[in-house]
Design a protein around this ligand. Structure first.
Ligand code: SF4
Ligand code: SF4
Length: 300
């Protein structure tokens, strides 16, 4: 793969691994978590987002679209993704910047140039680059070349993964990756399928194998009240990881920062009630992991 589809490059990140980091968000994910705060990360193709509240209803986008993919009626814009050919004409001509494209193609050379710009911050802080998403391992050919380039230039790499990839993909990059930020959400396979859209067997199997390879692993546990913060799920996770060497456990309470993006994509947010666990419950969960001798932090 000569190019990767990236939807964001975020600078000066301090919650995606040690030190100051540049986080690269790969577009496309095999999972569909109900609480995903980056819904534009899920599709493996470019997408148009639009901010309805900025629209003046001038209908210029509707007129310029050669596919007839845009309609504006009663001040509401609709874009038919099945007809859109992503020519970007409607984006370029909208004076109110209502429309934006999610997804830009990068070569390894182009991405390394972006990553290299922040090298002084990595050097001063013990940071580096974090490959996130979406799921970076879904674009493994590119990620293998990118991590090799980082290794050759002495830039530390962390991979933030949902774990849903062939283990051979992990093996491809193992020598060039300094640490994995590895998400676990639900231990019950049926609930995992219901809330996340896939079975969890591959994810759990990969975590076990990765630990056997002595990879540095920070376990990340997004916590959503009433969905995965109960004693049954937490207890099952603790049982599963009791023999797995984890450098740290990060408890990530649910937030709805990405809620507005769903409307921008014409999607419905929150198909089940979602809320963060109470402070008291978070501390209880933290204590449960600490009692099992894990180093635990609330937050990334
Ligand atoms: S061109 Fe922009 S402001 Fe005009 S209708 Fe289209 S999205 Fe709205
Ligand atoms: S990107 Fe092109 S095809 Fe897609 S809605 Fe805009 S003008 Fe139409």
């Amino acid at each position: 793969m000569d190019k990767a589809l990236i939807f964001n490059i975020q600078k000066f990140c301090v919650h995606d691994g040690p030190g100051i980091r540049t986080t690269v968000f790969f577009k496309g994910c095999p999972l569909h978590c109900l609480w995903c705060h980056n819904p534009e990360s899920q599709a493996f193709a470019k997408q148009i987002l639009w901010s309805q509240e900025k629209c003046s209803g001038c209908r210029q986008c509707e007129k310029i679209c050669p596919q007839g993919a845009v309609t504006v009626a009663d001040g509401i814009i609709r874009t038919d993704a099945r007809q859109c050919r992503l020519c970007e004409r409607c984006i370029d001509m909208c004076l109110n910047n209502v429309r934006e494209l999610a997804g830009t193609e990068y070569t390894v050379t182009q991405l390394m140039a972006e990553i290299e710009k922040d090298r002084p911050f990595y050097d001063q802080s013990g940071g580096g680059v974090t490959l996130s998403g979406g799921e970076a391992l879904s674009q493994i050919e590119f990620v293998a070349a990118l991590t090799q380039a980082c290794r050759e230039r002495g830039i530390a790499v962390a991979v933030d993964t949902c774990g849903y990839a062939p283990f051979s993909s992990f093996e491809r990059i193992l020598d060039n990756v300094d640490m994995f930020l590895y998400d676990i959400k639900l231990m019950d396979a049926a609930l995992h399928q219901q809330y996340i859209g896939q079975d969890n067997a591959l994810i759990l199997d990969n975590l076990r194998k990765l630990a056997q390879k002595k990879a540095r692993i920070h376990l990340r546990l997004p916590l959503i009240a009433g969905i995965n913060d109960d004693d049954g799920n937490i207890g099952a996770i603790l049982k599963f990881v009791q023999d797995i060497r984890l450098e740290a456990v990060n408890l990530l309470p649910y937030h709805d920062i990405g809620k507005g993006k769903y409307a921008k994509l014409g999607l419905i947010y929150g198909q089940a009630p979602m809320a963060p666990p109470s402070a008291e419950r978070l501390n209880e969960i933290k204590s449960m992991f600490e009692q099992a001798n894990f180093k635990v932090k609330i937050g990334g």
